[in-house]
Design a binder for this molecule. Structure first.
Ligand SMILES: Cc1ncc(COP(=O)(O)O)c(C=O)c1O
Length: 440
C-alpha cells in the first residue's frame, strides 16, 4: 500500500468528517513508547491572565522583547507538541510518520477554523515567502497581463513577481499609496491603488500590514471596490486580490474570510507563535484553478493528472518536512483561541497606541505609523532626529535592554512590536529609553 495515496484518502475523509483527535489522545506506536522531553512547562495556563500568557514563553526576561514578532518563540503547548513528535520520530520515523500522516488534516482544519474558511482551501507552507512564491510563481498569466503591486511591499513579493514576469511576459507595476505614512487615510490608500488599475491588470499583490511603516491597508474597502470592477468584467478576466498577511495574522482579529480577498499567504511563525518554519496559503476554492502548483504534492501519487478536489492539498509542497513543527501548529491556534482572538488584538492595539502616544510626545521623535487604530496594528515605526535607526536600535539594546530592529527597506526606520510577550510597563520603559537616546 502506498502510504501517500492512503494518506490522501485519509485526508479527504478527515476534511469531510472533521478534526483529528488531540495530541494527547493519539496512542503511541506499540514499539515506540512515548519518552517526551520534559520542557519547562509553567505551572498551569490561565489564558485570562496576561502574566500567565507571558509565562508560557521561555523568552529571556533580561530584555523587553519588542522584536519578538519577527520570528516566533514557542509557547509551552507548542514546545511540548514539538518535543513529543520529535522524540517519536527519532525513535521510529517511518512508522510514526505513517501513523500520523493524517495530522495535516488537523492542522488544515485548525487553520481553516481560525481563518474562517474551509479546510480544503488551505495549503501548508514553511513561511510567508514560500506561500507567496507558490502563489505568484504559479499564477496563470500571459504577455498581455499586468500585476499591480505597491512601493510598500516586502522583498518576497517583489522577487516572486519578478520571476513570474520573466517567465510569462506579464508586466509588473508598482504604485505608491502614500508619501507620508503617518498622514495616510483609508480613502487615499484605496483611491491611489484603484486609480492605477487598468483593463490589463489581473492581479493586485498587496501586504496587509507594511513592515516598513506599520501602515495597515483597509483590505475590505479595497476588495469591495474591486468587486465593483469585477462586476463589469468577464469572469475569466477577474481582478484577483492577493495578500501577504503575515503581520496581521495573530495580531488583528479580522477573520481572513472577511477580508474579501482571493488569496492570503502568511507565516505562522511570527505573531501567531506557531512553530518556526510553518505557514499557510489560503485561496478561495474558485480562485485556486488560476494557480498552477509548482512543487509536486504528495497528495496524489499516480501518473494520471489529479482530480481537482482538494486545491489546498494539491498546493501543499510534497516531500518530507520537519513534521514535528508542522503538526504542532494546531497548538498555536489553540493558544490564541484559548486567550480569545479579540483579547489578543485589543492587547496588542492598546500597547501600540500607548507606544505611539508616548513617542509622539517626545521632541525630536517622528512616529511614521498612523495613529489611527484602523490603519495600523502591532508594528510601530519611528525616527529620531540626529540619530540613525541603527544607532537607536543598538543603544536601546545595550543601554536600556530594549530589543527593537531596523526596518529592512530604503528609508529605514526604528521598529518596535508590542505583543503578547510585552506589557504596558515595558512600553513605558521603551518610551523613556527613546527619550533618553533622543536627548544625548
Ligand atoms: C511583510 C513581510 N512579508 C514576509 C516576510 C517574510 O516572512 P517569512 O519569514 O514567513 O517568509 C516578512 C519579514 O520577515 C515581512 O515583513
Amino acid at each position: 500500500m502506498n502510504p501517500f495515496i492512503d494518506r490522501r484518502r485519509l485526508i479527504l475523509s478527515g476534511l469531510a468528517g472533521g478534526a483529528l483527535a488531540p495530541l494527547a489522545a493519539v496512542p503511541a506506536a506499540a514499539a515506540s513508547p512515548a519518552r517526551p522531553e520534559t520542557p519547562d512547562r509553567p505551572r498551569g495556563f490561565a489564558p485570562g491572565d496576561w502574566h500567565s500568557v507571558r509565562d508560557q514563553f521561555r523568552l529571556s526576561r533580561d530584555y523587553a522583547q519588542f522584536a519578538a514578532f519577527t520570528f516566533a518563540a514557542h509557547p509551552a503547548g507548542v514546545r511540548e507538541a514539538i518535543a513529543t513528535h520529535r522524540n517519536r520520530l527519532d525513535e521510529d520515523p517511518s512508522r510514526y510518520h505513517r501513523e500520523n500522516a493524517d495530522r495535516e488534516v488537523a492542522v488544515r482544519t485548525a487553520a481553516a477554523a481560525y481563518l474562517g474558511v474551509r479546510p480544503l482551501e488551505v495549503a501548508l507552507t514553511d513561511s510567508t515567502t514560500m506561500g507567496l512564491a507558490l502563489l505568484y510563481q504559479g499564477l496563470r498569466l500571459g504577455p498581455g497581463d499586468e500585476i499591480l503591486t505597491t512601493r510598500h511591499d516586502f522583498h518576497s513579493t517583489y522577487e516572486a513577481l519578478r520571476q513570474r514576469a520573466l517567465l510569462t511576459g506579464a508586466a509588473v507595476r508598482r504604485v505608491s499609496l502614500y508619501d507620508d505614512p503617518a498622514a495616510a487615510s483609508a480613502d487615499q490608500l484605496t483611491t491611489r491603488l484603484l486609480a492605477a488599475v487598468t483593463p490589463r491588470t489581473r492581479v493586485l499583490a498587496l501586504t496587509w500590514v507594511h513592515s516598513g511603516t506599520g501602515v495597515m491597508l483597509p483590505i475590505r474597502m479595497i476588495t469591495d471596490a474591486v468587486a465593483g470592477i469585477n462586476a463589469r468584467r468577464d469572469a475569466a478576466d477577474r481582478l484577483l486580490v492577493c495578500v501577504d498577511g503575515v503581520h496581521g495574522l495573530g495580531a488583528d482579529d479580522t477573520a481572513v474570510a472577511d477580508l474579501g480577498c482571493d488569496f492570503f499567504a502568511a507565516g505562522t511563525h511570527k505573531w501567531l507563535y506557531g512553530p518556526r518554519g510553518t505557514g499557510i496559503l489560503w485561496g478561495r476554492e474558485d480562485a485556486w484553478p488560476l494557480v498552477q502548483p509548482i512543487i509536486p504534492s504528495f497528495g496524489w501519487m499516480r501518473e494520471e493528472p489529479p482530480p481537482v478536489i482538494d486545491p489546498g492539498l494539491m498546493a501543499t509542497p510534497g516531500g518530507f518536512h520537519a513534521f514535528e513543527h508542522r503538526w504542532a501548529l494546531t497548538e498555536a491556534f489553540a493558544f490564541h483561541t484559548a486567550i480569545g482572538r479579540e483579547r489578543v488584538a485589543r492587547r496588542i492595539r492598546s500597547q501600540a497606541r500607548q507606544l505611539k502616544d508616548g513617542l509622539a510626545a517626545l521632541p525630536g521623535v517622528h512616529v511614521a505609523t498612523p495613529r489611527d487604530d484602523a490603519l495600523s496594528c502591532g508594528i510601530v515605526c519611528f525616527s529620531v532626529t540626529g540619530r540613525t535607526p541603527r544607532e537607536v536600535v543598538t543603544r536601546l539594546e545595550s543601554e536600556h535592554r530594549v530589543l527593537a530592529d531596523v526596518t529592512p527597506y530604503g528609508g529605514a526606520l526604528v521598529r518596535l512590536g508590542p505583543s503578547l510577550v510585552t506589557d504596558p510597563q515595558e512600553v513605558d520603559r521603551a518610551v523613556r529609553a527613546v527619550a533618553a537616546i533622543s536627548r544625548r
